[in-house]
Design a protein around this ligand. Structure first.
Ligand code: ATP
Ligand code: MG
Length: 361
């Protein structure tokens, strides 16, 4: 098994061959941006550059995805200087027309949004609910009870993203952060075979990192930029985003630290989705909410942090043989539901008769 060992963080490609690593050169990002060195920025001398490099921040893109507090830790400076460095990285990317300026016209944003890329979920109904699929430059959260299909959605997406544009994908790889040890390459092989895809090629296109606890999970996200760049990834999955935090931070006294750590973690993902123009998909569990008398007595865990940071939130639940997905929170999608199925193809549409997606009553 091919391994990339980076300061204690392991990202695994799923097949023996070296092909994946070799072909993993970033093609979706312009080389001039990918290779932009830190000393291109005013005020970054050899000493600062060495300190940043020592913390794994090698390029302007790496710096742009870090938070000021991480940069302050890396260079041993105060927060003001660190924020200034982060801003310089962003400004450089704006100058190079890679990032948007701070003030832009709505029509400019509209034009850009029309160019947003989407990954098919494998189900037409679910894609319709998402207005075409999972968006890049956004964080999409699937939450629901155990067995509702969150992990199956993640498995299917990590295959779909590799398909060509026009075939439901973005010709990119997937980085799969597995916190619950539920990633199964066998399932990838069976979904790929059912979809008449070459399973070996598909396995090569998924980089897996197992996170053993919340600190490890954060370390992995710290290294994500390098991996995304090397693999030319268009999708990052975290299944599940909150499980370790829930297990490790018990009791009211630890709530504020838990939320702070979770906040930092999710914001790192938001920045990664924006800077690398990729889609982030998170899964989240539900907790019972005894104060709910009407409707479904469950709500997502992670509290306001996840609720406010995810761009799109989708609630998934079982209903007979099928699954129902409901768009719960989105800046522009109507709140409606779609029916899908889990079968040998992973996520799929149910047979015709029950297949219509429906508006929420
Ligand atoms: P948890 O919260 O426990 O992680 P989850 O929402 O991630 O749950 P999944 O693991 O995605 O749940 O879904 C499990 C369900 O997927 C199984 O109960 C089964 O119904 C369905 N499933 C798994 N494999 C197959 C398959 N090969 N064919 C059809 N359905 C399958
Ligand atoms: Mg799961």
């Amino acid at each position: 098994m091919l391994q990339a060992r980076l300061r204690g963080v392991c990202f695994h490609s799923l097949t023996e061959g070296e092909e994946g690593a070799k072909s993993g050169d970033s093609s979706s990002l312009p080389r001039s941006i990918v290779d932009l060195e830190l000393d291109e920025l005013d005020g970054v001398g050899p000493a600062t550059k060495a300190k940043l490099n020592g913390a794994g921040i090698l390029t302007v893109l790496d710096l742009a995805v870090k938070s000021p507090s991480e940069v302050a830790d890396a260079v041993g400076s105060d927060l003001t200087r660190a924020a200034d460095l982060c801003n310089k990285a962003r400004t450089k990317l704006v100058e190079l027309k890679y990032l948007e300026e701070d003030f832009v016209s709505a029509s400019e944003i509209y034009k850009k949004r029309m160019a947003i890329e989407r990954i098919s979920t494998g189900s037409r109904n679910l894609d319709d609910l998402l207005a075409g699929g999972i968006e890049t430059q956004a964080v999409t959260e699937f939450y629901g009870e155990f067995g509702s299909g969150k992990t199956q959605i993640c498995h299917t997406l990590s295959i779909m993203v590799q398909q060509p544009i026009g075939g439901g994908g973005l010709s990119g790889k997937a980085v799969y952060i597995d916190t619950e040890n539920t990633f199964r390459p066998e399932r990838i092989v069976s979904i790929a075979e059912s979809r008449k895809l070459d399973p070996r090629k598909v396995l090569d296109g998924i980089i897996v990192a197992k996170a053993y606890n919340s600190s490890h999970q954060e370390l992995i996200v710290g290294e994500l930029g390098n991996q995304v760049r090397k693999a030319s990834a268009k999708l990052v999955i975290v299944d599940s985003a909150v499980a370790h935090y829930r297990a490790e931070f018990l009791g009211r006294g630890t709530l504020s630290e838990r939320q702070q750590r979770l906040n930092k973690f999710i914001h790192a993902l938001v920045r990664t989705s924006e800077i690398y123009n990729l889609a982030v998909v998170l899964t989240n569990q539900v907790q019972s909410s005894p104060d709910t008398f009407f409707g479904d007595p469950t709500k997502a865990t992670g509290g306001h942090v996840i609720a406010h940071t995810s761009t799109y939130r989708i609630y998934v639940r079982k209903t007979g043989k099928n699954r129902v997905a409901r768009m719960v929170d989105s800046p522009y999608h109507p709140e409606r539901e779609a029916i899908f199925q889990l079968n040998e193809r992973g996520v799929d549409d149910p047979p015709e008769e029950s297949s219509s997606s429906r508006r929420r009553s």
